[in-house]
Design a protein around this ligand. Structure first.
Ligand code: FAD
Ligand code: SF4
Length: 466
């Protein structure tokens, strides 16, 4: 008999006025009892609508069924058969617009907490099972991956399981991509990401850090001189955008990428960190997505008295996940919506001393279907801040495209592929994740990696048989 409680079993979390002063994880995870209770809310629908909402087709009712029976390792085996980073996805996937949005329990109440159960199962396995992954039999083929973010790690794991010798080249000194340098510790602890990376190494994947492809080696050198039969480009979209307003080069203006990298990757919040970061009094984060929420919540934890989200549309239009907006509000972030900066103001030392903003109102919907923000006449005002963080989106870095002849890209610098299998305009060169789609989500980047792994395997086998 299913558990017919209408709401999700709540997840314990740190109190807002405690957590906004530390970098420890906000949500604390389910206990075994909570997980079993929540899993019993699943109705095991025959047509499995939740699975159709998952970009990597996790067999959701099956893994939840095992949790309901207290069979946690069996649940992990089912879950990890489809998702190679379940502890990550259980924490950061936008389940509310994916699997949970399709859950029938959501029609009259809250959907099953699929993401919370995914996180529980992955954490339970990590804490309780210590069998190293068996190394697959080598098949004699070599593939290179550029970029060790979720897309690159997924393709590497899937190909390694098929016996390929995979080498991942990563520009930074540590693997994980945005999972390491972007998403803060309090949402995604870094030891969890590194545990997943270690699992890939156990499978035989080589990860070479501090290797900027396009500078140290090119795609052509990897194929012609190093004997890789296929390449998967998963270099992400790490190039920040700015507004192009006066004053953006003043001291105290950061891109969200730089700010978050200093905080998360270089641990600017730890006393011994050698990364310089400003001790800010008042911070304005411009933008309304997940990146903006992360930057604002980091600034608060670093001790800023006031932290503003400055966004040109309204609360209803914020593109960030609802949960992240709620967490930010609880932690004391001030939302200045329908507001747009027009100039950054500097003092005599070239440091930010404020910004001039205008108020906005919403007009008719634009091409994206969202109502277009229009400036309110005579609404200029000054916001007193000493730091400004631009979280306006990112695009792919031009390095790979400028050093790979014949690699087609679109006007945004995204690599063009011929479809979901990720083949580019160059034979045996595949691409996926943010490098193809522009800034998107972890699970979409992973889904692209899974499709490409299948396509690369088929292409290499077909060539062998030809
Ligand atoms: P990335 O994760 O960007 O990894 C690309 C890797 O390639 C990087 O490690 C980079 O150093 C490396 N690289 C780049 N150029 C080269 C080169 N020339 N040579 C070698 N290596 C190179 N998504 C969600 O689903 N949920 C969230 O809550 C969420 N929050 C986010 C918060 C922030 C702050 C940011 C920035 C993004 C967030 N995202 C979130 C988006 C998500 O993280 C990305 O969509 C995802 O990481 C893309 O994966 P990827 O593997 O394509 O690229
Ligand atoms: Fe269970 Fe919801 Fe999926 Fe139905 S839709 S099988 S209730 S998780």
């Amino acid at each position: 008999m299913a558990n017919m409680v209408m709401t999700k079993t709540p997840m314990p979390e740190q109190a807002p006025d405690v957590r906004n002063k530390n970098f420890k994880e906000v949500a604390l995870g389910y206990t075994e009892e909570m997980a079993v209770f929540e899993a019993q809310r699943c109705l095991h629908c025959k047509n499995r609508p939740c699975v159709s909402g998952c970009p990597v087709n996790v067999p959701i009712p099956e893994f939840i069924g095992h949790v309901a029976n207290g069979e946690f390792e069996e649940a992990y085996q089912v879950l990890s058969s489809a998702n190679s980073l379940p502890a990550v996805c259980g924490r950061v996937c936008p389940q509310e617009t994916q699997c949970e949005s399709k859950c029938v329990r959501g029609i009259k109440g809250e959907p099953v907490g699929i993401g919370r159960l995914e996180r529980f199962v992955a954490d339970w396995h990590r804490e309780n099972v210590h069998t190293p992954a068996a190394k697959p039999e080598p098949n004699g083929h070599k593939v290179a991956v550029i970029g060790a973010g979720p897309s690159g790690l997924t393709v590497a794991g899937d190909l390694a399981k098929l016996g390929y010798k995979v080498t991942v080249y990563e520009a930074l000194h540590v693997a994980g991509g945005v999972l390491m340098y972007g998403i803060p510790e309090f949402r995604l602890p870094k030891d969890i990401v590194q545990h997943e990376v270690e699992g890939l190494k156990e499978l035989g994947v080589d990860i070479e850090c501090n290797m900027v492809i396009g500078k140290v080696l090119t795609v052509d050198e990897l194929m012609n001189d190093y004997g890789f039969e296929a390449i998967y480009i998963a270099s992400g979209a790490g190039l920040p955008r700015f507004m192009g307003i006066p004053g953006e080069s003043l001291k105290g203006v950061y891109s969200a990428n730089e700010y978050l990298t200093r905080v998360n990757l270089m641990k600017a919040y730890q006393p011994g960190s050698r990364t310089p970061i400003m001790k800010s009094r008042a911070v304005a984060v411009v933008g309304g997505g997940n990146v903006a929420m992360d930057a604002a919540r980091c600034a608060k934890r670093l001790g800023a008295e006031q932290v503003y989200i400055v966004y040109r549309r309204g609360m209803a239009e914020l593109p960030a996940r609802k949960e992240e907006v709620e967490h930010a509000e609880e932690e004391g972030i001030i939302f200045k919506t329908l507001t747009n900066p027009v100039e950054v103001l500097g003092d005599e030392n070239g440091c930010v001393k404020g910004m001039t903003c205008v108020e906005m109102e919403l007009g008719e919907p634009d091409a994206s279907g969202r109502r277009r923000p229009i400036v309110k006449e005579g609404s200029e005002f000054e916001l007193d801040v000493d730091t400004m963080i631009m979280a306006l989106g990112t695009s792919p870095n031009p390095l790979i495209r400028s050093t790979t002849p014949g690699l087609d890209t679109d006007k945004h610098g995204c690599i063009i592929t011929d479809g979901p299998d990720g083949l580019t305009s160059r034979p045996f060169v595949y691409a996926g994740g943010d490098a193809v789609t522009g800034a998107a989500t972890v699970i979409l980047a992973m889904g692209a990696g899974k499709e490409a792994a299948k396509a690369i395997d088929e292409a290499i086998k077909a060539k062998e048989q030809a």
